[in-house]
Write a protein that binds this ligand. Structure first.
Ligand code: KG4
Ligand code: ZN
Length: 339
């Protein structure tokens, strides 16, 4: 494998972003396109799976043309050495569009195919932004569907230290935003408004903050916000939206940080990375960055949210370790990374 001339096409369609990327060698992104479906789903307050898959199939071929042309790939049959695609977890209909596109391209271009775990992709967002990052390290994956702490023992060897019992952190952000009338997705709106609010205005519980296991729970926090809003409504009082956002965010970030501190303590591993959509959150980024005792890795925001560059990087690494996927592989909506 001659590194720099080896080109991987990455395809990511697990949820509501259609994304493709061309990667040169292990870490260099030549081109990347992300087409968001936020406007399509916003009126419904969440992702509608049927609409998501229809939109993926509508846009994917024109995005493919764009990513190849942006990456200077004039003859993909000759130049693309590997096709990497998200196998799961995610929405079945959405995953199928990426999988079928990848299979057709691999077949046509006579290129090998590798099916990638979406969560391994999120871990590789850190590797893309910090090429020198080497295991062992801890990775907090926080997105709309996942909240888990993974010990990366080596690339391809992952240990799950703990995850959420109920809602994912991003799901809590989205639900709280919805009840405050802030629209979808809620994370960026709460992040913005929290900067104008008082984080001590409301005392929301820090979920499982003092337990000695790496386990998260966000549904109680969401309910506490709901009751606070209901009480104010019953009293006819104005809803201090910015204060609620700031107070909710303080509890949510502290819940994540307390378990990261515990994970460091339990494993002795002080190299810490974050990723997933919620890793774009300013308060979480600041809290992680301020841990002086840790060696901290935080990807730029565009690599935190779903993207195909991270899938291509994870795919390249798996391929270099000798893994291959059969053309008959099936997407798996509930694929796990580690147990
Ligand atoms: O990783 P991602 O793009 O998709 C999934 O795999 O789920 O994550 C999307 C989630 C949404 O719940 C969204 O509200 C949240 O990430 N998010 C944020 C921020 N930006 C996106 N949450 C908090 N603060 C943000 N700035
Ligand atoms: Zn994701």
């Amino acid at each position: 494998m001659s590194d720099a001339s080896f080109l991987t096409l990455g395809i990511e369609t697990s949820c509501d972003d259609t994304s493709l990327a061309v990667l040169s060698g292990p870490r260099e992104v030549l081109s990347s396109v992300v087409s968001s479906q936020v406007d399509l789903h916003a009126p419904y307050g969440g992702v509608l799976p049927e609409l998501a898959s229809r939109k993926h199939q509508e846009v994917i071929i024109s995005l493919l043309r764009k990513v190849l042309s942006d990456g200077g790939v004039s003859n993909p049959h000759r130049d693309i050495d590997l096709v990497a695609v998200t196998r799961g977890p995610g929405l079945m209909g959405s995953l199928l569009v990426g999988a079928m596109t990848a299979k057709a391209l691999a077949q046509t271009w006579e290129a090998p195919l590798i099916a990638v775990n979406h969560l391994e992709g999120h871990i590789f967002a850190n590797v893309l932004s910090h090429p020198s990052l080497e295991p062992p390290f801890l990775c907090l994956i926080v997105s709309g569907g996942h909240t888990e702490v993974i010990l990366v023992r080596s690339f391809g060897d992952y240990l799950l230290l703990g995850k959420t019992r109920d809602d994912a952190a991003g799901e809590a952000y989205d639900k709280v935003a919805k009840l405050l009338g802030l629209g979808y997705p809620g994370g960026p709106a709460i992040d913005r408004l929290a900067k104008e609010g008082d984080p001590k205005a409301f005392t929301f519980p820090v979920p499982l903050g003092h337990t000695r296991n790496v386990e998260f729970s966000f549904s109680g926090l969401k309910t506490a916000v709901l009751w606070a809003v209901r009480r104010l409504e019953q009293e006819g009082a104005p809803i201090p939206v910015a204060d609620i956002c700031a107070s909710f965010q303080r509890a949510a970030v502290e819940a994540l940080m307390s378990k990261m501190r515990l994970s460091v303590e339990m494993t002795g591993v002080e190299r810490v990375a974050i990723s997933g959509g919620v890793a774009a959150n300013s308060a979480l980024r600041e809290a992680v960055a301020s841990q002086d005792a840790w060696e901290v890795y935080i990807p730029p925001r565009e690599l935190c949210t779903d993207n195909a560059a991270m899938i291509a990087a994870a795919g390249y690494d798996a391929y270099a370790r000798g893994l291959r996927s059969d053309i008959s592989f099936s997407p798996d909506p509930s694929l796990v990374l580690a147990e």
